[in-house]
Design a protein around this ligand. Structure first.
Ligand SMILES: NC(=O)c1ccc[n+]([C@@H]2O[C@H](COP(=O)([O-])OP(=O)(O)OC[C@H]3O[C@@H](n4cnc5c(N)ncnc54)[C@H](OP(=O)(O)O)[C@@H]3O)[C@@H](O)[C@H]2O)c1
Length: 236
């Protein structure tokens, strides 16, 4: 299951999961139907707004009818939008914009965890991963700036870590993690990638391959952690 399936990384994850014979069914959730969505029995799409508790409850109830969900990836996120840009200095802080970024990047994924973590299996491995960002690391923050996005991802990391502690009490084989995908060429990053060398800028399909490979290496001993696209632990 991919939440945020119409986004740059979300779409690429869906394509890779559909081609993976280990997964019998791929479920896509997003506000709008992903472009060129293949309508067949092996993949389903449902509308969801992660800031709408009721829409998440409905989607979870529907998904729960088909049995446990072995892999759930939250690929939603917000860095910029019309009239909203990452802040270069304290003087740019705006209460409404900060609240919006924190809602989408931290509160929304936490609500997804509330409704979907219980759908992961209790008696076999299951994984819940939320896409975070290295800039949410406090220990790694040397540049400053991007206050709201950094704070929202730091909050997301804490929420995922806290959810993982609760989850392992009932799901001892479960994994609940935050993942940094690297810098990926998507609508979210495009305004900020001009100075990034091509070798450090991933195509979404490559990023999806990296993320799914990291997920394959994670076990219950890693639950609650924050990992990068190459499997490295990212400092909090
Ligand atoms: N790209 C990078 O370089 C990079 C780097 C580090 C971390 N990340 C993280 O990776 C994740 C995916 O980013 P991306 O690059 O794929 O960005 P993207 O292409 O902009 O996709 C983000 C998706 O989030 C969805 N979304 C926003 N608010 C939502 C809501 N309330 N309900 C449901 N969906 C909502 C958007 O849906 P709509 O299509 O409906 O607007 C969009 O499809 C994000 O968490 C981002 O912070 C990305």
């Amino acid at each position: 299951m991919v939440v945020g399936a119409a986004g740059g990384i979300g779409r690429a994850l869906i394509a890779r999961l559909q081609a993976d014979p280990r997964f019998g069914h791929t479920a896509a959730l997003s506000r709008h139907r992903p472009e060129s969505w293949p309508e067949n029995a092996a993949c389903s799409w449902r509308p969801v707004d992660i800031l709408d508790d009721a829409s998440l409850a409905g989607a979870a109830e529907h998904a729960g009818r088909h049995g446990p969900v072995t892999r759930i990836i939250v690929a939603t996120g917000l860095l910029h939008a019309h009239g909203l840009a990452p802040e270069k200095s304290l003087s740019a802080l705006d209460e409404a914009q900060m609240a919006r970024v924190i809602a989408v990047n931290a509160i929304g994924p936490a609500l997804v965890a509330k409704h979907f973590l219980p759908l992961t299996p209790r008696d076999q491995p299951g994984l819940f991963a939320a896409l975070s960002a290295r800039v949410g690391s406090i220990g790694d923050n040397r540049l400053g700036g991007w206050f709201s996005y950094r704070a929202s991802k730091a909050a997301l990391n804490q929420l995922i870590h806290t959810a993982a502690i609760e989850h392992r009490r009932t799901h001892p084989l479960g994994v609940c993690v935050a993942l940094h995908p690297g810098t990926v060429e998507t609508p979210l990053s495009v305004p900020f990638t001009a100075t990034i060398p091509k070798s450090r800028l991933f195509d979404p399909s490559v990023a999806a391959r990296h993320l799914l490979s990291v997920m394959d290496t994670l076990g219950p001993e890693n639950t609650g952690g924050f990992f990068a696209w190459d499997g490295a632990v990212v400092p909090w």
